[in-house]
Design a protein around this ligand. Structure first.
Ligand SMILES: C[S@@+](CC[C@H](N)C(=O)[O-])C[C@H]1O[C@@H](n2cnc3c(N)ncnc32)[C@H](O)[C@@H]1O
Length: 282
């Protein structure tokens, strides 16, 4: 039942997540965040476990990785695919008490908060408790997701903006998740905060297979699961979808989406050098 709450739920979601994950990007971002061999890492909202597996390889020798996702299907796939020692997967909701997982040197949260608009800060606050003092929280999300295209026909543009607005209001989706990450860490008192931004999608000219598969699934799944009325297309989702595909497969189209990575260190408890315990009475 909980899986129905995930906007992108469909039978091909594990495939989509694997196909669009670029190992070199995950490695670069994890290195930038401060991931080192020997660390214990939590991958929260890990999907089918591919990112967990990449992080696990990066923390060798001696490190451990724990993947958490509320989808039984994706966790089952992760467990069957990634069996190396030191990696483990748990089917849990991020809103549950995760303290049984222990504490971590790094908590990695990629592309989760955008599906949790109303509770994203609350999630970050709770994940902070999983970190040891001095541990690193790395939050990664898209900004202006699905909103940056040119040259979109007017009816399609109205519908795309209308759909994204509907998703934000009714489906707890956050097209502006990325820009919030820095302030979340700032408000929680994190130290050594740093931010990195780059294009996650940068699409012009002929569409590649991976981008086509990803966007086709994105628009079809989010559109169908949204309950948006598609009034501009007389309520016929397929008519919208056809026009979107026509636009998106044209080599004239330009599309981009920024990804924002934000990392910070959980403060060490205050050290007060002048503190001296009161001696016990003789
Ligand atoms: C877009 S995928 C990201 C997967 C992976 N982090 C990556 O970078 O490819 C989002 C994942 O978050 C999971 N998810 C969404 N809401 C969740 C929740 N409340 N608790 C646990 N997992 C959740 C979904 O099941 C999905 O697998």
């Amino acid at each position: 039942m909980k899986q129905a709450e995930y906007l992108m739920e469909n039978e091909a979601e594990a495939d989509r997540l694997e196909i669009k994950t670029r190992r070199s990007v995950v490695e670069r971002h994890a290195r930038w965040a401060g991931l080192l061999p020997g660390m214990r890492v939590a991958d929260i909202g890990c999907g089918p476990g591919m990112t967990t597996h990449i992080l696990q390889q990066m923390v060798q020798p001696g490190g451990q990785t724990v993947g958490v996702d509320f989808s039984g299907i994706r966790i089952a796939r992760a467990k069957s695919r990634y069996r190396e020692s030191g990696i483990s997967f748990y089917c849990m909701d991020v809103h549950d008490d995760l303290s049984m997982l222990g504490t971590f040197d790094m908590v990695w949260v990629r592309f989760l908060l955008e599906y949790q608009r109303s509770r994203s800060f609350e999630i970050v606050r709770r994940l902070e408790r999983l970190l040891r003092p001095g541990g690193i929280l790395c939050l990664i999300d898209l900004d202006q997701n699905c909103l940056n295209h040119y040259d979109v026909p007017p009816r399609l543009a109205r519908t795309l903006y209308g759909l994204m607005d509907h998703l934000a209001r009714h489906n707890d989706f956050d097209p502006e998740a990325g820009r919030k990450l820095y302030t979340y860490l700032y408000d929680l008192g994190f130290e050594n905060i740093d931010v990195h931004m780059e294009p996650h999608h940068l699409i012009f000219g002929e569409i590649g297979d991976v981008d086509y598969f990803n966007w086709e699934k994105k628009v079809a799944t989010a559109g169908r699961n949204s309950g948006y009325p598609f009034a501009e297309y007389k309520g016929v989702f397929e008519a919208f979808y056809l026009e979107f595909k026509e636009f998106f497969t044209s080599p004239r189209r330009f599309t981009y989406t920024p990804v924002i990575c934000c990392r910070g260190r959980k403060p060490q408890p205050e050290q007060n050098p002048s503190f001296s315990p009161i001696p016990a009475p003789a």
